[in-house]
Ligand binder design. Structure first.
Ligand code: FES
Ligand code: FES
Length: 149
């Protein structure tokens, strides 16, 4: 199977029914995307497919061939972090940070489709990403900071 991940081409042997999350973590060594619920509910496994956020834990890898897959590892460009990553580092909203990768990817997707969201729009867009440590106010602050970068 041919996969396009973070601007690179990969040729791997894997069943098309394998989840994208398992493929990324176990076949490509891209472990930034996390396994949380495994049921498409928590958002810890969020990656971008052609710029759209998807839950990689319930996405068969066979369905994303010939699509551009972006993981948290692919946000940095030429040694420079994505503005969302920089803002999250500055605000430092996380406690355990298990949700961090999914939060950042969902934030990037939000700002790609709406470069200047209101706080309400941010909360609406992020409500399906779950943080067990309940860092939501600081997460919103980090996304607001991203807008100004
Ligand atoms: S691990 Fe994929 S949504 Fe929870
Ligand atoms: S910081 Fe712990 S789950 Fe979000």
């Amino acid at each position: 199977m041919q996969l396009h991940v973070n601007g690179k081409e990969y040729s791997i042997e894997v069943s098309g029914n394998t989840t994208l999350l398992t493929t990324l973590r176990e076949h490509l060594d891209l472990t930034g995307s996390k396994y949380g619920c495994g049921e498409g509910v928590c958002g810890a496994c969020t990656v971008l497919i052609n710029g759209v956020p998807v839950r990689s834990c319930i996405t068969p890898v066979g369905s994303v061939q010939n699509k551009e897959i972006t993981t948290i590892e692919g946000l940095e460009q030429n040694g420079k972090l994505h503005p969302v990553q920089e803002a999250f580092l500055e605000v430092d909203p996380f406690q355990c940070a298990y949700c961090a990768s999914g939060m950042v990817m969902s934030s990037v997707a939000l700002l790609n489709r709406n470069p200047s969201p209101s706080k309400q729009e941010i909360m609406d867009a992020m409500q399906s990403n779950i943080c067990r440590c309940c860092t939501y106010p600081d997460l919103v602050e980090a996304i607001v900071k991203s807008i100004k970068k």
